[in-house]
Design a protein around this ligand. Structure first.
Ligand code: F6R
Length: 605
């Protein structure tokens, strides 16, 4: 989603800001812009579309100055045009904004009455004009900025430059993350550690309601009331070198293929194969006393939660509730006394998941998060953090984070089952050994990717594709459909195989490919029967299975999977559905790593 970078520097700001914005491209955006302050004067360049368009404009008309702010915008209010791109400017200030100003309509009406005219349709412009109004009323920059913040409702991270103030920058955080980077004789602002990776590793994470007044030499943080506060300095672990694609054509491809390695790394942090035990970090509560587990997440992370429900209920016999974060807190969830709420998020910044986390925390629940980005807001606000150790995930469509989430959730389920006395030592040992086998089996699946590429060509031009599975593989069917939708723009749905004949089977004809996820488990016969029902209606069934040789007759295609136990099969079957989506997208020539309309880190509700 939107990215921010601000530099109060001692050398030309524009190339440095561009470099930082490049690092933020992976978050997804549809326009970009930079403003600089040069000898007291503000100027800007903005462009719709990719950063190349902005770079071209900057080549034609360079921006001078050592102080600047830059932005990549993911449109919320107003189309992704140049006029709506940030920075927004008045004759006094330049501003970039992430988030949504919820009361912008009433503020706009108020400002319009005083004669202000608006250039575009964004909510951000009202902030620019409000601040300008207070400056023109004679307030000091600090008071004007604080007063402006007091008028805003919603979620925002802001970064501001003021004309005539060559050694001053303001930032504010409410709902959307903002980080201060400390340099020597320079200071910076960024929407996350990645934005500042080439500038500084010494970071101050602003807390909710914080705002900051920065010069090149000083950084002063204030809380909502305007009281000066001290916030600690952390050292960022984000590498300053750019993550590259290696020999791969896309980040997504690279991330799919590195899954055996990262899953092994991730499991290595939680499994002790010699002792045959799962080892989790110390928790400020006894897992054995947890009466109920609530799992909350969005998108792909939500599908990981759905898989985990099967494991936790089956192994630990603990009641589990799972919900989509954007729905969870609006339905008055009933928490159990002493319940454990688990929030799953690759980025650790997803606005809905974060809001749900805070809801649970306020209700006195124990809060555990599974995140990939260790420096994220969720990691900082949780009681317990289980990092998934997937490494930076750059492709917008989540792949390796999903299989690492599943691996950690499987380890967690085993640990909970042991803590609850539902499994004994030999059983725990067997589960640990089973999980240990995952990376090797994943590598086997990846080795046969050429076959999936051929199958993918046959679905790439379909209008609709269905994915079906049962039990623990029903969420994998939904994940397969999500991947295909996201990057190939083919309409796809994931269904519980047994549910098809209650309605969706009406969609089936000879043009509809149906991907059947059918490992050789207790449910295989039932799943294969459902696939037969589809074939009887001319559906093109593509079977992913380690068995069903006989049943494969009449199917359009079959992809042979290795056999594995119930903790590993969802991890394994995630791979062919990722590859089918990937190769279908390549066949169609879509923008695989930055699909249209999508953002990597969804920081608005
Ligand atoms: C799908 C995808 C999204 C994310 C979702 C949650 O490929 O990437 O559905 O899974 O936006 O994001 P996180 O896990 O960062 O909270």
């Amino acid at each position: 989603m939107c990215g921010i970078v601000g530099i109060l520097g001692t050398t030309a700001a524009t190339p440095r800001i561009l470099e930082s914005l490049k690092r933020l491209e992976y978050r997804g955006y549809d326009s970009a812009g930079i403003a600089t302050l040069n000898a007291g004067t503000l100027d800007r360049r903005r462009a719709a579309g990719k950063l190349e368009n902005l770079s071209t404009k900057l080549k034609e008309a360079p921006l001078q100055g050592n102080n600047g702010i830059g932005h990549t915008r993911w449109a919320t209010h107003g189309e992704p045009s140049e006029a709506n791109a940030h920075p927004h400017m008045t004759d006094r200030i330049a501003i970039v904004h992430n988030g949504i100003i919820e009361n912008f309509r009433s503020l706009k009406a108020e400002l319009t009455e005083t004669g202000v005219t608006f250039e575009g349709e964004t909510d951000t412009e009202v902030v620019a004009h409000l601040l300008t109004r207070y400056l023109k009323e004679g307030l000091s920059p600090r008071d004007a900025f604080h007063k402006t913040l007091g008028r805003l409702e919603g979620a925002f991270a802001l970064c501001v430059l003021i004309r005539g103030e060559d050694n001053l920058m303001f930032g504010a955080r409410e709902g959307s993350p903002l980080v201060v980077g400390l340099g020597s004789g320079e200071n910076y602002l960024g929407s996350d550690a990645m934005a500042l990776a080439s500038l500084s590793s010494r970071l101050i994470y602003l807390e909710e309601g914080d705002w900051v007044e920065m010069t090149r030499e000083t950084v002063q943080v204030y809380d909502t009331t305007g009281r000066p506060v001290k916030r600690s300095v952390s050292i960022s672990q984000v590498a300053s070198t750019m993550v590259d694609k290696g020999n791969h054509r896309h980040f997504m491809q690279k991330e799919i293929f590195e899954q055996p390695t990262v899953v092994a790394q991730s499991l290595g942090r939680y499994l002790d194969p010699n002792a045959g035990k799962v080892t989790l970090p110390d928790m400020p509560f006894e897992l054995a006393t947890v009466p109920k587990v609530t799992l909350v997440a969005c998108g792909t992370s939500y599908y990981a939660a759905l898989v985990a429900r099967y494991w936790i209920e089956k192994l630990a016999r603990v009641p589990v509730e799972v919900d989509i974060a954007s729905e969870f807190r609006y339905r008055a969830p009933v928490y159990a006394e002493g319940g454990l709420c688990i929030f799953i998020s690759q980025s650790g910044e997803t606005a809905d998941t974060l809001a749900a986390l805070r809801h649970a925390k306020e209700a006195g629940q124990r809060v555990l998060v599974l995140v990939n980005v260790l420096e994220s807001t969720m990691a900082r606000e949780a009681d317990v953090v289980l990092p998934i150790h997937a490494g930076p995930e750059i492709g917008v469509a989540s792949t390796k984070a999903f299989t690492c989430q599943l691996s950690v959730l499987a380890a967690f389920a085993v640990n909970l089952a042991a803590a609850k006395g539902q499994i004994d030592d030999p059983q725990e040992d067997a589960y640990v050994a089973e999980l240990e086998s995952a990376p090797k089996l994943m590598a086997q699946v990846l080795h046969n990717d050429a076959k999936l590429q051929t199958i993918a060509r046959s679905i790439a031009h379909a209008r609709d594709v269905l994915f079906v599975g049962r039990g623990i593989h029903y969420p994998i069917a939904m994940e397969g459909a999500l991947k295909l939708k996201e990057i190939s723009y083919i309409h796809a749905e994931g269904y519980a195989a047994g549910e098809l004949k209650h309605g969706p089977i009406a969609l089936i004809d000879e043009n509809v490919p149906v991907i059947g996820i059918a490992p050789n488990d207790d449910l295989i016969d039932k799943t294969v029967s459902n696939l037969q029902e589809i074939m009887a209606r001319q559906g093109k069934v593509i079977l992913l299975s380690d068995n069903a040789e006989d049943e494969a007759e009449g199917m359009f295609a079959r992809f042979e999977m290795p056999s594995a136990g119930e903790l590993v099969t969802p991890i394994l079957y995630a791979i062919p559905v990722q590859l089918l989506a990937y190769y279908a997208a390549v066949e169609k020539g879509t923008d695989v790593d930055q699909p249209r309309n999508l953002a990597k880190s969804v920081t608005v509700e």
